[in-house]
Ligand binder design. Sequence first.
Ligand SMILES: *Cc1c(COP(=O)(O)O)cnc(C)c1O
Length: 499
Amino acid sequence: MTENDAAAAGIGRSGLVLEEPLLWERGRAGRSGMSVEESGLSAVRLPAEIAGDGPDWPNLSEPEVVRHYTRLSTWNFGVDTGMYPLGSCTMKYNPKINEFLASLPGFAKAHPLLPESAAQGALRLIRELEEFLAEIVGLEAATLQPAAGAHGELCGMLMIAAWHRQNGGRRDKVLIPDTAHGTNPASAAMCGMGEVKVPLGRDGCLETATVAGLMDEHTAGIMITNPNTLGLFESNLPEICRLVHERGGLVYADGANLNAIMGRVDMGKIGVDVLHYNLHKSMSTPHGGGGPGAGPVAVGERLIPYLPGPRVERLADGSHVWKRDLPLSIGRLHAFHGQFAVCLRAYAYILSLGPEIRTASGLAVLNANYLQAKLKHAFDLPFDRRCMHECVFTDAKQKKRGVSTLDMAKRLIDLGYHPPTVYFPLVVSGAMMIEPTESECKEDLDAFIAALLRVANEAENHPDLLRNAPVRSLAGRMDETTAARRPRLTGDMGRGGDA
Ligand SMILES: *Cc1c(COP(=O)(O)O)cnc(C)c1O
């Protein structure tokens, strides 16, 4: 039986994989999940929006609801299900000890309006985590307020803008490399700054001369991702920082790729002024289906006065208080104290590892290099040098057989893998960006390598198979544009039909 016959025979949704209608399609008038005894009280007249024309809730029994959601939960793929090699996203394992500590009632039930005297533990945790995070990258102080990496970028750029205002200059442009994440120019724009694109150097890194040619008296600074989104260490960064500072600018480091360098690289010494973390990437907190994450920001000496407020301060007697008198602060960026429960998980992670956090980043880099070395004969490797925590291939070889990165990504689903990041970074045509993280053992890396080599082999010998993939999943190949613009959210998963 070929793969296509298998699809026609319904493999992938036979056995105990069941069709799943919407709750509205299942509901039957009069069905209910509970029975309440007649109370004997006279009827209460409900407001119109609840009674008569209220929401159109489906009528269902309790087992119908429980089964619906339990079945849907088995359709999820997560890092607890299998390898999730999504480059740039650091989908590392989220240790269960983090969850245990976050669920302790003293934390989980603490109210954000508790008086300082009743929240000493939480305040101490905030201060200590800020110190740990700053220490891990060699900077001086940190804030936990930003709720995501992109929010951290906004925080950092607001501080840079405030610093320039305070120091007598209005600068309204930022240098942003071609390889940057789209959030970088967006964050700069939200601070009223225009983007100046910095083209990539020949070896995949920024060149000092290029930056020198673009950096002028209207430029507030540069936003650099290190390692960059090609998974390469920006080796000219110290020189670039020196140049930007000489010409009156500041240096923002996008720390989304911190998993390659945690505890190993002193960003302060290199010359970075401000850096954001993505706790949901490097610090093992959940990505949570798009949120909540957390994007703390660390700064060097000169930006400390501009950090968001209020800030936790430790007094001489060891107690903690909120410091609100911060005349240069950019103000508040988040209600209360940031994503406290996410930060708590990161605190648990950092304390679990201690100085071993260096081993985590070392293993992440080793795993990525192992994959790169084992796969580079089968896939085009645009920058053939040692990588950091992720490696970037292209579909240049497979294109000759009419097979694209998208085809290969879809085929990986048939073979039991979440696809890697595709078509990013934009500077590489047909990019396939693989980030294994330190969570994978050698056997699992080898199995993933075998799957990718099988895909490369199929691209050579059975290209049609790939163009129709996936054939074993619940949903077949979708027209991705229609699926995004006009999603059909009901009924049958529509293999072979429209989106
Ligand atoms: C993920 C990422 C961001 C944005 O972070 P969010 O937490 O998703 O807002 C920014 N830059 C890079 C390089 C990233 O990988």
